[in-house]
Design a protein around this ligand. Structure first.
Ligand SMILES: Nc1ncnc2c1ncn2[C@@H]1O[C@H](COP(=O)(O)OP(=O)(O)O)[C@@H](O)[C@H]1O
Ligand SMILES: [Mg+2]
Length: 223
């Protein structure tokens, strides 16, 4: 379970603290999925960075399956993030010198060795339609293919929490729809917790819960 209590973030600036998020409180169970929308600059990426323990909150608490990541020492925090959280960014962020298969296996390199990792990576790449591209470099893939490889990489360690920041933002409409289909399908198979920041009303509507960032608050749509 993801438990977010009174989460707050402000940045210190020359003109004093700049509030970005205030009083963000919600819970999600395994299998839940949430779309977060809101104007540019409203704090959507900041929210994902806090939930993914990439940034420290100014106040409040996050716990994932009972663990508060910010209570962990730095080294354990990195391991926790790698093992328990999958990220998909607007830009695929694949390593350019590594093949598709190597990119998907990258998160497993710092996890305890497990022969099942490669089988899972190959299975995911098969599901996202890249079985014939295992040995290709990212530069040899289309935008949609790169993002599909990034999805496989985010899911290879079966993370409890998957965070996607405008995952279809750089794709044309048809490609965006195909990537969204895969995202929803993979989430339903894996049954982790999925949070997707998106500007696409179409993608947002495909997830069971929607919330909007407005005036520093996360406001949930009535469901
Ligand atoms: N390090 C920082 N210092 C000061 N302000 C920041 C910093 N990082 C982000 N911001 C501000 O926080 C606000 C929210 O940013 P962001 O979370 O990226 O919004 P979104 O993803 O919704 O477009 C923006 O106004 C941005 O300028
Ligand atoms: Mg953003």
């Amino acid at each position: 379970m993801l438990d977010v209590q009174n989460l707050a973030k402000s940045y210190d600036t020359a003109r004093g603290p700049l509030p970005i998020l205030e009083n963000v409180t919600f819970q999600m169970q395994a299998g839940d999925a949430l779309a977060v929308v809101g104007p540019s600059g409203s704090g959507k990426s900041t929210l994902l960075y806090l939930l993914g323990a990439l940034e420290r909150p100014s106040g409040g608490a996050v716990s994932l399956d009972g663990v508060d990541p910010f209570s962990l020492p730095e080294r354990e925090l990195a391991a926790f993030r790698n093992r328990r959280i999958g990220f998909v960014f607007q830009d695929h962020c694949l390593l350019p010198q590594c093949t598709v298969l190597e990119n998907v296996l990258a998160p497993t390199l710092v996890a305890p060795p497990d022969a099942a990792h490669e089988a899972r990576a190959r299975d995911l790449l098969d599901r996202v339609g890249l079985a014939a591209r295992l040995d290709h470099l990212p530069a040899e893939l289309s935008g949609g293919e790169k993002q599909r490889a990034a999805l496989a990489r985010a899911l290879v360690l079966e993370p409890a929490l998957v965070l996607c920041d405008e995952p279809t933002g750089n794709l044309d409409q048809d490609t965006a729809r195909a990537v969204a289909d895969l995202l929803v399908d993979l989430h339903q198979r894996q049954r982790g917790i999925l949070i997707v920041v998106t500007h696409s009303p179409e993608l947002a509507a495909r997830l069971p819960r929607q919330a909007r960032l407005r005036d520093h608050r996360l406001v949930f749509s009535a469901s």
